[in-house]
Design a protein around this ligand. Structure first.
Ligand SMILES: Nc1nc2c(c(=O)[nH]1)N[C@H]1C(S)=C(S)[C@@H](COP(=O)(O)O)O[C@H]1N2
Ligand SMILES: [Mo]
Length: 323
């Protein structure tokens, strides 16, 4: 994504420019007549090594063969699209080069620290998260603020489950997420014009909505480094930049937290950043989008098509302006 700061000039070749979540059972039903590869992938237990699991059996997943669709009937993107075209500024601003640059990024072991306004602050290993919260297959649309989109079969669990396990106090009003910083493995961190670490936040009621998840995998396997492994946030009704990758810290706070894109360019990237076809970005329209893997453009849907599940969170907010 690009922004208004002179010192930060990402190459943005990309200004042509997310109901229902499925239970594992529904997901498998949705498969219909599916390829053995996809069924194997969807049933595979979480492996031990993200790189090898994802690069062998899943590399070949063809969405047309898998038959996987979201609840609106849109086919999922291929494993290749999802893992070769990424926004991840800690590595590079070039979406086509995140994968090669992230190939040595260690997604295991992984630990997340949960602190702040909670009764039971604690650390979770990725293995603990998986065994306690039991991630499921969930197909969500992902709509980048840059006006491209994908449909992604995540493996994840509701953020609400983790929050309930640590018991937020009555003062907790927001959740803040922070991305890990490993300068030796993340070459993009050397660009000090960005206010690292990447940070994001949600209002507590947004974070408690069932659609907001922590993703620990995709296509039934582990979460590749370039998609935010060890563990990331996915909030499908918001622009993609809210779905923060590689989180190492979760903090419950009383005040609205600082977030990276909102700090860089508040007039372009609101804190709420709900997908809204009626509110244009200052420098481009938001009423259509380019679905990766398709030609032409499709209409962008209010709340990325999740209006029924989330519109109530914003009762009383003027949805004709950006936040
Ligand atoms: N830590 C971190 N998280 C991030 C980003 C980033 O640069 N760094 N980019 C965001 C943006 S702009 C988008 S569109 C999505 C892209 O996710 P994907 O590459 O898995 O499709 O990740 C989001 N999460
Ligand atoms: Mo994005």
């Amino acid at each position: 994504m690009d922004n208004s700061l002179k010192s930060v000039t990402p190459r943005s070749s990309e200004i042509t420019p997310e109901s229902t979540y499925f239970s594992r059972r529904d997901f498998l039903k949705t498969l219909g007549i599916a390829s053995a590869v996809a069924i194997l992938a969807a049933c595979a237990p979480q492996g031990n090594n993200s790189q090898s699991a994802t690069d062998t059996n899943q590399e070949v997943t063809d969405p047309k063969e898998s038959g996987l669709k979201d609840e609106l009937g849109n086919p999922v993107n291929s494993f290749k699209d999802i893992t070769h075209y990424n926004n991840y500024y800690e590595f590079t601003t070039d979406k086509n080069y995140v994968k090669p640059l992230a190939k040595d990024f260690k997604t295991k072991p992984w630990e997340v620290d949960v602190s702040g306004l909670v009764s039971n602050p604690r650390k979770f290993s990725l293995e603990q998260l998986v065994s306690v919260f039991k991630p499921e297959d969930l197909i969500y649309r992902m709509r980048c603020v840059e006006a491209w989109s994908m449909v992604i079969p995540w493996v994840g669990f509701p953020i609400s489950r983790l929050l309930e396990a640590v018991t937020p106090t009555s003062d907790a009003k927001f959740v803040r997420f922070e991305t890990i910083m490993r300068p030796d493995e993340m070459p993009g961190l050397s660009d000090t014009s960005y206010p690292w670490p990447y940070q994001e936040g949600l209002r507590l009621d947004e974070a408690m909505n069932d659609l907001a998840i922590f993703a620990t995998g995709l296509y039934g396997g582990d979460l590749p480094a370039q998609n935010g492994g060890g563990i990331r946030v996915v909030v499908p009704w918001k622009y993609g930049f809210k779905s923060i990758k590689a989180i190492t810290k979760i903090e419950l706070v009383a005040e609205r937290p600082k977030t990276m894109w909102n700090t860089i360019a508040p007039n372009e990237y609101g804190f709420f950043a709900n997908v809204n076809p009626n509110v244009n970005h200052p420098r481009w329209l938001q009423n259509t989008e380019r679905r990766i893997g398709e030609t032409g453009r499709r209409p962008t849907l209010m709340f990325n098509g999740y209006e029924n599940q989330v519109a109530h969170l914003y009762d009383g907010m003027d949805l004709t302006v950006s936040y």
